[in-house]
Design a protein around this ligand. Structure first.
Ligand code: GRF
Length: 222
């Protein structure tokens, strides 16, 4: 197993908003903590603040606009065709979804099988979907966190690789809880990518392998 090349892992980071996870990954690359390079940052939202932030670091960053139309399947097909062209031009080893708010088609995911990661703000499999911080508070949970997982065709459902846990504090709002979770997101995402760069982690046929052994349950940030 493992990567067969010593070249740094080439990343495409897909964002829709602020891009703080993208910046944490870029910083880890720049500081030599992550043996990877951010080849390109792409966003479906043309004015996503993360695009300007990436450009300020000298990283190529472009919008790949999603143009809605009456035929949603056609709109998604056009978007993904443009996205695939940009990824092929980079080219990239790994597609990193970091606050990318669009659901990719099964066909797209199949083409990048085992090479797409996502970060989700919950302890998966709990709280898939949106508004996780508010839902966790409403449910009265004592603990919350974030998960880095491989992307499969089912939403927020591929093998989870690494999780970070935080306590829910009395008086938390979705904003304070989100900030606590995000501080750890910025640690676990670069860590998982570094494992892939080192050849310690891979995903084949929907199964993640860590140090050559099937990863039966998510690792925990310690
Ligand atoms: C993160 O909380 C991530 O878990 C979720 O979207 C948010 C993106 O934040 N998928 P940012 O754009 O990286 O700051």
């Amino acid at each position: 197993m493992g990567r067969e090349t010593a070249a740094p892992l080439s990343l495409a980071i897909l964002i829709s908003g602020r891009g703080s996870n993208m910046l944490a990954i870029a910083r880890a690359c720049a500081e030599g903590r992550l043996a990877a390079r951010v080849a390109v940052v792409l966003s479906d939202v043309p004015d996503a603040p993360g695009l300007a932030a990436a450009r300020a670091l000298g990283i190529p960053a472009d919008a790949v606009p999603y143009v809605p139309g009456p035929d949603r399947a056609a709109a998604r097909r056009d978007f993904e065709t443009a996205l695939r062209a940009r990824l092929a031009a980079a080219p990239v080893d790994l597609v990193v979804l970091a606050g990318f708010m669009r659901v990719l088609s099964a066909d797209f995911i199949e083409r990048f099988s085992g090479r797409i990661l996502n970060i989700h703000p919950s302890l998966l499999p709990a709280y898939k979907g949106l508004h996780t911080h508010a839902r966790v508070l409403e449910a009265g949970e004592r603990e919350h966190g974030a998960s880095v997982h491989y992307v499969t065709a089912a939403l927020d459902d591929g093998p989870t690789v690494l999780q970070a846990r935080v306590p829910v504090e009395p008086g938390d709002s979705p904003e304070t809880l989100s900030a606590r979770v995000q501080r750890l997101e910025h640690i676990i995402y670069p860590q998982v990518i570094q494992w892939i760069a080192e050849g310690r982690l891979e995903c084949k046929d929907g199964q993640a392998y860590f140090d050559g052994a099937p990863l039966r349950e998510a690792r925990q940030l310690s």
